[in-house]
Ligand binder design. Sequence first.
Ligand SMILES: Nc1ncnc2c1ncn2[C@@H]1O[C@H](COP(=O)(O)OP(=O)(O)O)[C@@H](O)[C@H]1O
Ligand SMILES: [Mg+2]
Length: 324
Amino acid sequence: MAMRVAVLMGGTSAEREVSLRSGQAVSSALRDLGHEVVEVDVGPDIALRMTELRETIDAAFLALHGRMGEDGTIQGLLEILAIPYTGSGVMASALAMNKHLSKQVFRARDIPVAEDEAVGAARVAERGLGKVAEEVSARLGFPCMVKPNCEGSTVGARRARNIAELEEAIEEALRYDDLLLVERFIEGREVTVGLVGGEPVVLPVLEVVASKGVYDYECKYTQGMTEYIVPAPIPDELAERLRRLSLEAHSALCCEGLSRVDFMLDEEGRPYCLEVNTIPGMTSLSLIPKAAAAAGLSFHRVVEMVLETARLKINREGGCREVG
Ligand SMILES: Nc1ncnc2c1ncn2[C@@H]1O[C@H](COP(=O)(O)OP(=O)(O)O)[C@@H](O)[C@H]1O
Ligand SMILES: [Mg+2]
């Protein structure tokens, strides 16, 4: 059935540019599929804009990444306006955006994660940067990974090999968020698993090989700087385990419709779940389309499957449909 779909893209997060590209790719696929598309660049007037569009659209397709888009805020607005939207609901989106809280849920479900320490801006202000860096490194050792709790696309994330680098990395991460995570650095390989659709199809494991060692913003969005191998050249048993863990992580956070679960594998092949992305990139360079292709799913089919998940996620009769 042909629908009139608002594709929400852009926004004000650090990932605005990527989101615009995801939005363009999704819009073009939706048009090919026979749907009518209204492209919406999300700005401070979004509540007004969606109120105007409300009567004339059937659904909103979310192609926003990062804060004010992937984090439950836009989802909340669409719930209030009763506009069906794709993917995860308010709570799942907010939870997945928060790495610290996600990891607590993962631990409770026996999904392996890297050992870490959360560091707040208040603690740094109180005890001093040097003291905090000392305390954290005494526990986690070097190298370690420092990242803002609620940012995406590796913005503000850094590897630290000594106290000086750790202090610098903590300062840098605090520019993005009042809470940061210092994690034990997992030396090894990086893989990711996509999930698409209501009863999600778990895509083949994809390995990311960054030319610079850390898969940072530049590697992620520059053609040729990263190699992608799908299916990942790992034993079948491990691939199956990773796909099972991905479905577990997606379900544990009550995600819906579309997710990409990132892992590190250490040198012994032990997996550590890094995070669940609830609105992963959908550009031509993105990982979901590549993994889907390996499973025989075209980009158009992926977009259609995600569109089919458009609905309100909060039960108006009371209670919350999300909590499973
Ligand atoms: N504990 C870790 N050990 C080694 N590398 C890591 C670790 N955590 C993150 N990374 C690297 O940093 C990248 C970004 O981390 P991630 O937690 O996925 O945050 P985001 O993608 O939201 O920026 C990962 O893709 C990986 O390359
Ligand atoms: Mg990531």
